[in-house]
Ligand binder design. Structure first.
Ligand code: ATP
Ligand code: MG
Length: 332
């Protein structure tokens, strides 16, 4: 093979993020140089390959689950890649939600076995529920558990001003799902999934939704597609059928509130007389808001050089969050 061909192979594997091919193309160049009698050059290339491999191993040991796939070109503006370490056990979930998420993980982990029987693992999931209930965290936890990269769709870059722009960007994202297995997360999904017949309907919204429906229907990749929305009522009926699972998130029950506060404050002493008053103060708040309140109470305790979070501290922090939440609602 000529050196130009070698360089093309090298560049192609780099562009496609194929690390193994990249190393083997580089090795071929080293072999080529050795054959030409350029032993020193060949050794230099070989040493660099070894160095690159050992760097990768040390990154892997640090816990990087998959070769770092970074979106390139136009995709870089559409997808934000991350490698979450979140686990499902970090979340506090109702038994129904937890068992449905566990089923997705089980099917994904056993997808090869399922495919031997022509069965496919669940992978198109719609998450619905109020703000701060763990939808985004779920996308991270699924990626973390499956050791897959999380690609979050960047909304402001997806929605274009011109006719057909958004649909062609969606096409790119769906192509990426085929090329790189990962968890592809469409947050604020209502922006694309709005009802085709709604009154603010313009041709473009319908086109975008229709393309999404077509893409998701035809998608045969091995990636997970997770969409999340606070407004399921705005979504087009046709969408629900395209998902393998629609999972509903809600505000935490008293039992979950108690479990959540206990884990969040596990570094502190919390010998309270009555959990009931604490959970009552938290009732109606989202898990995210309760997380904020526990953090406030913990900070207050640390700054008072104490180890014990008093019942009054946690209750005041929760009440403060409630007040902030109700002021926000009043403003809307
Ligand atoms: N079920 C949960 N278990 C544990 N922590 C949670 C849970 N829900 C929310 N949290 C905490 O609240 C933060 C925000 O939650 P998250 O972003 O997942 O909410 P969301 O449902 O995506 O909200 P939004 O609809 O506003 O996007 C999380 O990072 C986490 O700290
Ligand atoms: Mg979210």
């Amino acid at each position: 093979m000529s050196t130009a061909r070698h360089i093309i192979a090298l560049l192609k594997s780099y562009v496609e993020g194929q690390e193994q091919q990249f190393h083997s193309a580089a090795l071929q160049i080293a072999a080529h140089e050795a054959r030409l009698g350029h032993g020193k050059l060949a050794k230099e290339i070989k040493d660099l390959i070894d160095q690159s491999k050992s760097n990768r191993t040390s990154i892997d040991r640090k816990g990087s689950p998959v070769p770092l796939a970074q979106p390139k070109g136009e995709l870089a503006e559409l997808l934000a890649a991350s490698y979450p370490k979140t686990k499902l056990s970090d979340m506090v979930l109702s038994p129904e939600v937890e068992s449905r998420l566990k089923r997705i993980l089980l099917e994904q982990k056993q997808k090869n076995r399922l495919s031997e029987y022509n069965l496919s693992a669940r992978r198109k999931i719609l998450l619905v529920g109020p703000p701060g209930t763990g939808k985004t965290m779920t996308a991270s936890a699924l990626a973390g558990e499956l050791q897959l990269p999380l690609f979050s769709v960047i909304h402001s870059s997806l929605i274009g001003k011109f006719m057909g722009e958004t649909a062609s960007r969606l096409r790119l994202i769906f192509k990426a799902m085929l090329d790189t297995r990962g968890v592809y997360f469409f947050d604020e999904f209502d922006a694309i999934g709005t009802q085709r017949s709604s009154s603010n309907d313009v041709g473009e919204i319908r086109r975008v939704l229709n393309s999404f429906l077509l893409f998701i229907e035809n998608d045969e990749s091995e990636s997970l597609i997770i969409a999340a929305t606070n407004h399921p009522n705005l979504l087009d009926e046709a969408l629900f059928r395209r998902f393998d699972d629609v999972i509903e998130y809600g505000l935490p029950s008293e039992k979950l509130i108690r479990r959540f506060i206990k884990t969040r404050l596990s570094m502190f002493e919390t010998h309270w007389d009555s959990w009931d008053t604490v959970t009552a103060a938290a009732r109606g708040l989202s898990t995210a808001e309760i997380a904020r309140a526990t953090e406030e109470a913990a900070k207050h305790t640390v700054l008072c050089h104490s180890q014990k979070i008093s019942q009054q501290d946690i209750i005041s922090a929760l009440r403060e969050r409630k007040e902030i939440a109700s002021q926000r609602i009043n403003k809307l």
